[in-house]
Each structure stands twice: as structure tokens, then as C-alpha cells.
Design a protein around this ligand. Structure first.
Ligand SMILES: [Zn+2]
Length: 180
């Protein structure tokens, strides 16, 4: 899958998670986008591979493409590192969500992923598509629609609360009565 499909996959999935949880949506979506790009660090031509060429070359040399960084083991490692260095639930949830969305999208391609690395068994869906194909464009469009749907739900509430927090929304907010 192309980078833009992974990004919109990360946006759609993290917005959906934000809709059903109380995690901070902006942090969650930001982390979701980062998580959706992170697995392709093993591939020098990817967006993240170009950003961190040395790390990318090293990981590609040691593990190859779509193996360790496309595995459950990698998700556990990232979750552990986040817990250790930047303990924040929204950040962790977003990263994991984005990574899972990346795995699912890559499982829809013929080469699949080594989900259970170090076991080299490749996991993919029974029906697959090619990167840059017409089907990928359809998937991209559908994910845009999902993002729009959850985007309105999540960010609408977020902006409403934000305005209320700064006491600028007296007209919009329902009155709150205090009993003394
Ligand atoms: Zn990938």
C-alpha cells in the first residue's frame, strides 16, 4: 500500500477509536498517523524510511522488509518503550491503532506480512490487491469517508468542549446551576 493509504488508514482507525474512548483525540490521531507510518521504517523508499535513512537501512539489513516491523512482537516492543519513556495512554493507544491499521492494509496485498515474526509464515487475506491498483484507490476513498464520518463526530465534540473550557461559549452551553 502507498504511504497516503496508510496515513488515511491511521486517521480513520484512530478517529474511530477516539469516538469510543475518552482519550484525547488530537494526541490520539497524531499518534495514529505516526503509528500508521512506523512499520515501513524497514523500507528505505517509504516516507518514514526517507526521514530516518540510517535507522531504516539498519533495520532493513538486519530483518528485511515486512518482517519484524510488521509483527505483533514489534507492537509489544513499541508499547513497552512508550510506557517506559513517554507514559501516556492516548499516545500509546494511537500508535498501536495506527500500526494495526498498517498491518491490516498490508495484509490486503499479495506479499502479506510476517505477523508472527520470528516465524517467517506470511499472513495475508484470501483476496489481495496490488500497491497503486484501482482497488487501493477504492480502499483509500472508503477510508476517507470513514474519516469524515468519525471526524465530524469526534472533532465536533472536541471543538465544542474546547470553546466551553475557555468560557467563550455561554451562548452555546447549557446553563449549569450550583446549589449552595
Ligand atoms: Zn508496510
Amino acid at each position: 500500500m502507498k504511504g497516503k493509504t496508510h496515513i488515511i488508514g491511521g486517521v480513520a482507525s484512530s478517529l474511530a477509536v477516539a469516538h469510543f474512548t475518552y482519550a484525547d483525540p488530537v494526541l490520539l490521531i497524531g499518534a495514529g498517523i505516526a503509528g500508521s507510518l512506523l512499520p515501513d521504517i524497514c523500507h528505505g523508499g517509504s516516507k518514514i524510511g526517507k526521514t530516518f535513512p540510517v535507522i531504516s537501512k539498519l533495520i532493513n539489513f538486519v530483518f528485511g522488509h515486512r518482517s519484524f516491523t510488521h509483527s505483533l512482537l514489534f507492537i509489544v516492543l513499541v508499547a513497552f518503550l512508550v510506557d517506559y519513556f513517554i507514559p501516556n495512554d492516548a499516545l500509546k493507544l494511537g500508535l498501536i491503532t495506527g500500526m494495526i491499521s498498517h498491518y491490516i492494509l498490508d495484509m490486503a496485498t499479495k506479499s502479506g506480512i510476517q505477523l508472527f515474526f520470528p516465524i517467517s509464515f506470511k499472513v495475508r487475506f484470501p483476496v489481495t490487491t496490488r500497491t497503486g491498483s484501482f482497488t487501493e484507490n477504492i480502499i483509500f476513498s472508503l477510508l476517507c469517508l470513514v474519516s469524515l464520518y468519525f471526524g465530524f463526530q469526534v472533532l465536533g465534540v472536541y471543538i465544542f468542549n474546547f470553546i466551553n473550557d475557555f468560557n467563550m461559549g455561554e451562548l452555546m452551553a447549557k446553563p449549569v446551576y450550583f446549589i449552595s
